[in-house]
Ligand binder design. Structure first.
Ligand code: ADP
Ligand code: 5GP
Length: 186
């Protein structure tokens, strides 16, 4: 299950909820080169925080299923070892990746993957959510918003478009999508 969307759309909120609800799912911890967000993030839980040199070495070693320079100078990628770790534990993988990463994962896993594009009602609500999260500087906020228009253009490449307006409704809808895909619905 692959959740993609512009930053601030609510992917992390939705994915965390699904992980609590479905023990059958394991979160694919991505590698990235950005700095850790204060005390709210942990290495090996939210991301594997790597130096650019380490990340580059792993690209050269062909250790990634996909990787992207999501923002200038900030690399993010899915490690093959991560997917294997989750499959070995008998669970299905849930990914939180950017829009290009989502399309790459679909190309790679084909019908084994279900890709979900999380859509916000408007750019304005996206700006409010990102500001409300309190994690962005003026600079990183404008970098993220700059990318949004471009990313919105890719929603037709996804299997499902999930509108995240009222959060409670979105979480219910997301649960149904997971149950259907994993064959858990009666
Ligand atoms: P992403 O992982 O896509 O960057 P987050 O899950 O971090 O997005 O959500 C960005 C912010 O928006 C968070 O502060 C989150 O609590 C808030 N948020 C998520 N969904 C909604 C919603 N439906 N309505 C209002 N705020 C939301
Ligand atoms: P953030 O810095 O807000 O944690 O993440 C920024 C963006 O990078 C988000 O859209 C997130 O989904 C994306 N991202 C996280 N991990 C990966 C990954 O492994 N691959 C790709 N392509 N994008 C990722």
């Amino acid at each position: 299950m692959v959740f993609s969307a512009p930053s601030g759309s609510g992917k992390t909120t939705i994915v965390r909820h699904l992980l609590q609800k479905f023990p059958q799912l394991g979160f694919s911890i991505s590698a990235c080169t950005r700095d850790k967000r204060g005390r709210s993030e942990e290495n090996g839980k939210d991301y594997y925080f790597l130096t650019p040199e380490d990340f580059r070495a792993r690209i050269d070693n062909n250790e990634f299923v996909e990787w992207e320079e999501v923002y200038e100078g900030a690399f993010y990628g899915t490690l093959k070892s991560e997917v294997e770790r989750i499959w070995d534990s008998g669970r299905s993988v849930i990914f939180d990746v950017d829009v290009k990463g989502g399309i790459s994962l679909k190309d790679f896993y084909q019908e084994r993957a279900l890709t979900i594009f999380v859509k916000v009602p408007s750019i304005e609500s996206l700006r409010e959510r990102l500001k409300g999260r309190g994690t962005e500087t003026e600079d990183s906020l404008s970098r993220r918003l700059f990318k949004v228009q471009f990313e919105m253009g890719f929603q037709d490449h996804f299997d499902v478009v999930l509108l995240n307006d009222n959060l409670e409704d979105t979480l219910k809808e997301a649960e149904k999508i997971v149950s259907d895909f994993l064959g858990l619905s009666q």
